[in-house]
Design a protein around this ligand. Sequence first.
Ligand code: DX5
Ligand code: ZN
Length: 217
Amino acid sequence: ATRPVILPSMLLCDFGNLEREIRAVENAGARALHLDIMDGHFVPNITYGFTIVEAVRRVTELPLDVHLMISNPGQYIQQFVASGASLISIHIEAVEDPRPVLDEIRSLGAAAGLVLNPPTPISAIAPFLDACDYVLAMTVMPGYGGQEFDESVLSKVRDLRAMLPPEVLVEVDGGVGPGTIATCAAAGAEMFVAGSAIFRTSDYAASLKELQRLAQV
Ligand code: DX5
Ligand code: ZN
């Protein structure tokens, strides 16, 4: 089994002190960062775009996992890669045909991921799995940090892990924290996004290490 990767979601960090927040999770042992892009259209909330991805890229060499919660993701791939994205995931619910978008992500040298909302079945992405480097099973409806983990997604995580080749990683995002991460790991997830479980605590290092420990299967 690979070492579990905890990805701090910067959504809930202090953007007035972005560099300090990044240093804090770097020093806490984070090996990648998760950036949530929301457009107010695919999801009701709006976050940030290229400028912040570029700013993060300038202050860290960690891989940046850019989660696109936007309509028309294909229109923006080049710009997100140019901004410093290392991994880019797109929602199956946002596109008619994900294949050209996934192919473009890979052709530009980034890793390509497909994301499923909690109600979306695996059958929706099954024809495109050969074009994916990772699959993200949302464990909340996307849009906001701090929501409650949806346990019904665990069986989907299990099914994904069983059907995907080992090099295609399974990621979970939403409500992942000390009370839920172990069940995700047991179900086969290898990448764990954590927002409030890190940034709503006073000791990021302790929180991250505890998540790392609990994610060990
Ligand atoms: C939700 C985002 C998540 C969110 C996670 O739409 O995709 O990445 O920031 O935050 P927590 O861990 O607090 O659910
Ligand atoms: Zn996310």
